[in-house]
Design a protein around this ligand. Structure first.
Ligand code: UD1
Ligand code: PEP
Length: 429
């Protein structure tokens, strides 16, 4: 069923909500359970499409999986009986690339379809492949599949990453935890989800030091075992709610968060004049006036996250003055701008730079999500705009946000989901 989100905007968000577990940690930790050859109990998982897809992939290759209403998944990977993951599901998400590292590590070979995910740039996986090759695997890409074999087993080595890559850092960790000897990942990604995956692997018996710094050292162990683990809160969901609170000139307390993960956004929002109050596990955001314009450059952690650039553009669309946003990570991550221009935003783009001339207000319009965070940005735009906004392509938003309408309704938003029904003149096929 095709769905749209309908928002009657202009209501300041007020109240308290909780964020769920991090998508980008969950989608790596679930494939990592393959290495346990036993039972893992993973808590605080978000109920989002990407998690449900990985659950199905795990079940298709022989794992026994149960996902309960409280966000706890029990995964028994004892009887996984194939190292091939080539079903169509794989192409529906980016993180299916983690199956490569996990299956190669467990079976000494792996075959996966090339991953999908948000179309925000080229997104090659050359660094993942180079990493597997450095560990001793032969890797071929043909017919839309990556085929890796390591008949002699994987051997630890030093791997220097040309670019900081979240996916390649985690995939190399997965491949090397049971390799023979020591692996060092130099110029590693430092995102909170990289650290969370390392902590999970350590819980399963891996020897990993330095996750969260530029150099991660891994000493291969013979085998890992099952464990119980709780996923960290979602940094990007937290950031989206922080931005929505300020964009609607509201007062929102976001609970179950790790405030240190939010420092880049918190600092930028304070520079905009937004009030932010932090406790041990909550952040309160208050804003009663137009924010000030700022400059944002997206950067790997601890820099400003590219995943929050799109919602932040919307917040700045009604700031006082001219803001400049430079997207340094993904070359096509400005697709949301065409849509928010329909709502009255004054933004020009050239290559990787967007210049945002703050306007007094946005007005509701029919718009369409082109990717996950573009969808989140349009929800923020709809919440702050006068009048009604209808957002098509909700499937992208469902990839990464758990019960987003329910959480926003709790904060007073007028938001609902409806089936898309085409009128006769729209229904041309
Ligand atoms: C499932 C997941 O965790 N997704 C996140 C992950 O994506 P993902 O793991 O795809 O992002 P990377 O950190 O790998 O990408 C960073 C940059 O490196 C490039 N690159 C990456 C790998 C490679 O082999 N070759 C290469 O050139 C990419 O095109 C991009 O320009 O990190 C991104 C950057 O924080 C986030 O936006 C995504 O939400
Ligand atoms: C780009 C994202 O996701 P993915 O890498 O899974 O496409 C995201 O979470 O913003």
């Amino acid at each position: 069923m095709l769905e749209k989100i309908v928002i009657n905007g202009g209501i300041p968000l007020k109240g308290t909500i909780e964020v769920t577990g991090a998508k980008n940690a969950a989608v790596a930790i679930l494939p990592a359970t393959i290495l346990a050859r036993g039972i893992c109990v993973i808590e605080n998982l978000p109920r989002i499409a990407d998690v449900l897809i990985i659950k199905r992939i795990l079940a298709e290759i022989g794992a026994e999986v149960e996902f309960d209403e409280n966000g706890t998944m029990t995964v028994d990977t004892t009887n996984i009986n194939t190292s091939k993951v080539t079903m169509n599901l794989v192409k529906r998400m980016r993180a299916s690339y983690y199956m490569l590292g996990a299956l190669l590590s467990r079976f000494g070979d792996a075959e996966i379809s090339l991953p999908g995910g948000c179309t925000i740039g080229e997104r090659p996986i050359d660094l993942h492949i180079k990493g597997m090759e450095a560990l001793g695997a032969n890797v071929k890409t043909e017919y839309g599949r990556v085929v890796a074999t390591a008949p002699e087993g994987l051997k630890g080595c030093d791997i220097y990453m040309d670019k900081v890559s979240v996916g390649a850092t985690i995939n190399i960790m997965l491949a090397s935890v049971c390799a023979n000897g020591q692996t060092s990942i130099i110029n590693a990604a430092k995102e909170p989800h990289v650290v969370d995956v390392a902590n999970f692997l350590v819980c399963m018996g891996a020897k990993i030091k330095g996750a969260g710094t530029d150099v991660i050292r891994i000493i291969g162990v013979e085998k890992l075992h099952g464990c119980n683990y709780s996923i960290i809160p979602d940094q990007i969901e937290t950031g989206t709610f922080m931005i929505a609170a300020a964009a609607t000139r509201g007062d929102v307390t976001i609970k179950n968060v790790i405030p240190t993960h939010m420092e880049a956004l918190t600092a930028k929002m304070q520079e905009m004049g937004v009030e932010i109050h932090e406790g041990a596990d909550f952040i309160r955001v208050t804003c009663d006036k137009r924010p000030r314009s700022v400059k944002i450059n997206t950067m790997p952690y601890p820099g400003f996250p590219t995943d929050l650039q799109q919602p932040a553009t919307v917040l700045l669309s009604t700031a006082e003055g001219t803001s400049m946003i430079t997207e340094t990570i993904f070359e096509s991550r400005f697709k949301h701008i065409k849509e928010i221009r329909r709502m009255g935003a004054q933004i020009t783009t050239e290559d990787r730079v967007a210049v945002v001339e703050g306007v007094d207000r946005l007005t509701g319009a029919p718009v369409s999500a082109t990717d996950l965070r573009a969808g989140a940005a349009l929800i923020v735009a709809g919440l702050m705009a006068d009048g009604t906004t209808e957002i098509q392509n909700v499937k992208y938003i469902d990839r990464g946000y758990d019960h987003i309408e329910d959480k926003l309704k709790k904060l007073g938003a007028d938001i609902r989901r409806e089936e898309v029904v085409y009128t006769e003149d729209e229904d041309i096929f």
